[in-house]
Ligand binder design. Structure first.
Ligand SMILES: [Zn+2]
Length: 156
């Protein structure tokens, strides 16, 4: 009946958490076009360390592309019977939870949707494929009001 399960293999969050911990967030003030970097903690100058092959890229944020943004809620129609239970086992929370295609955005990833805000990839859906993000809302009315948008998305 619920063939959606075939698409929703919940991976352990811990698989990706180590990457997230090393991700730095930089505050970008678009209004004045100033960039305020965080204090450098593990980037101390070491002239003798040039031979190290450590190429750990610490990008502040990575542009993922322009995504189709839709909304869903715990209702039967939106959640296909799952309510507020996500595919990762986390209870969906408005203002935080989004459903993604895990092949495009890994579970546990914090993303910034331009003009909307920061969310965490915690769920998936049978209709959420490719560059598509479904934002969790508490009520169906809000999902209808949200409609369909297209926004630039960054990984944080
Ligand atoms: Zn709904």
């Amino acid at each position: 009946m619920f063939h959606i399960n075939a698409f929703c293999v919940a991976l352990p969050i811990s698989d990706n958490s180590s990457n997230l911990k090393t991700t730095k967030v930089r505050v970008v003030d678009y209004e004045s076009k100033r960039i305020t970097p965080l204090p450098s903690t593990d980037h101390s100058p070491e002239p003798m360390s040039t031979s190290k092959s450590k190429q750990e890229k610490k990008a502040d944020s990575v542009f993922l592309g322009e995504f189709k943004i839709t909304a869903y809620c715990p209702c039967e129609e939106c959640s296909e019977g799952y309510g507020n239970n996500t595919s990762t086992g986390i209870t969906a929370k408005m203002g935080r939870t989004i459903a993604v295609d895990p092949d495009v955005i890994s579970y546990g990833t914090t993303v910034y949707i331009e003009g909307i805000g920061e969310f965490v990839a915690e769920d998936c859906g049978g209709k959420v494929k490719g560059k598509h993000i479904d934002i969790y809302f508490e009520s169906h009315r809000e999902t209808v009001e949200f409609g369909v948008k297209y926004r630039r998305v960054e990984r944080r």
